[in-house]
Design a protein around this ligand. Structure first.
Ligand code: BEZ
Ligand code: FE
Length: 274
């Protein structure tokens, strides 16, 4: 853990306010000793089962995202969530995400251009992409023995014109893990655990502010009730289906595929030229 500075003013301000709010909450709700002990046990169990990131990301990260993104400009941000893994395989666009020999689901071609907010194409931008598979599972986290290492994860470098083209598979909606304390809490307060299908993207470039975001799909049954509350209108895209047999043959696909073209814009870092 990073060392805390003695007398850190920001830390003092936020911890003092946090405690004030919690103490007010305890008074307002007349929290009993028994309820307090149950809350302590819940936190211990959440930590023991490695669910602290999941719990906080489900209930709080979308609010942090709203606050932190205020006045930012460029493509809208969304939450990172607990399923990011650093150092995914590095690939040059165009490329195919690492996948299993018989990856289930529909083929997806995601393409677009990465630009600064002033409209300049960003060559050499890094698009770090991760997603669930067509059965709602993430490599590294869910049933890892059923997944190739780095399945459906890569860091893709944009070309000289800021363009990228990645072949992947259409993800499906999934439920955040329900077998632990986070799931028990959701069910205890009568909430479902579904997220609409989405692609996770984190885009970086030397001259710009990093962008962490997600893309969602029109018509998804959970688009209006994401358990995490991370959907933004500008991030909902329409999947276009392609089934022309000559085109499929030319591409070497044995079934229809879907495309999304989405351009990303990144705000510049202050005082840095591209
Ligand atoms: C996700 O998108 O992977 C996610 C985000 C927040 C909480 C749980 C999952
Ligand atoms: Fe996700």
């Amino acid at each position: 853990m990073a060392a805390l500075q003695t007398g850190d003013a920001r830390l003092t301000e936020v911890v003092d306010d946090f405690l004030l709010i919690l103490k007010g909450f305890i008074r307002n709700h007349q929290i009993s000793h028994e309820e307090y002990r149950r809350a302590v046990s819940f936190m211990v169990e959440t930590a023991t089962k490695g669910e602290i990131p999941l719990l906080l990301d489900v209930f709080l990260e979308a609010t942090v995202d709203q606050v932190d993104a205020t006045g930012r400009g460029g493509t809208e941000t969304s939450v990172e969530g607990p399923f990011y893994a650093a150092n995914a395989p590095l690939m040059k666009s165009p490329c195919v995400l690492p996948h299993r020999a018989h990856e289930p689901g529909d083929l997806l071609l995601l393409s677009g251009t990465i630009r600064s907010v002033e409209g300049e194409p960003l060559s050499g931008a890094m698009l770090d992409m991760w997603q669930s598979d067509a059965e709602g599972a993430y490599s590294h986290f869910n049933i890892p023995e059923h997944q190739a290492p780095w399945n459906l994860r890569a860091r893709v470098v944009s070309d000289a014109n800021g363009r990228f083209e990645v072949q992947s598979w259409v993800p499906s909606p999934y439920q955040v893990p329900k077998d632990g304390p986070t799931g028990a809490l959701l069910s205890g307060i009568g909430r479902h655990a579904w997220r609409p299908a989405h692609l996770h993207l984190r885009i970086t470039h030397d001259a710009c502010q990093a962008l962490t975001t997600q893309l969602f799909f029109t018509g998804d049954p959970w688009i209006d009730s994401d358990v995490v509350g991370a959907v933004k209108q500008s991030l909902i895209v329409t999947l276009t289906k392609h089934e022309d047999s000559a085109d499929l043959q030319k591409r070497g696909f044995d079934k229809p595929y879907y495309t999304i073209n989405y351009d990303f814009t990144l705000p510049r870092l202050m005082c840095k030229a591209a």
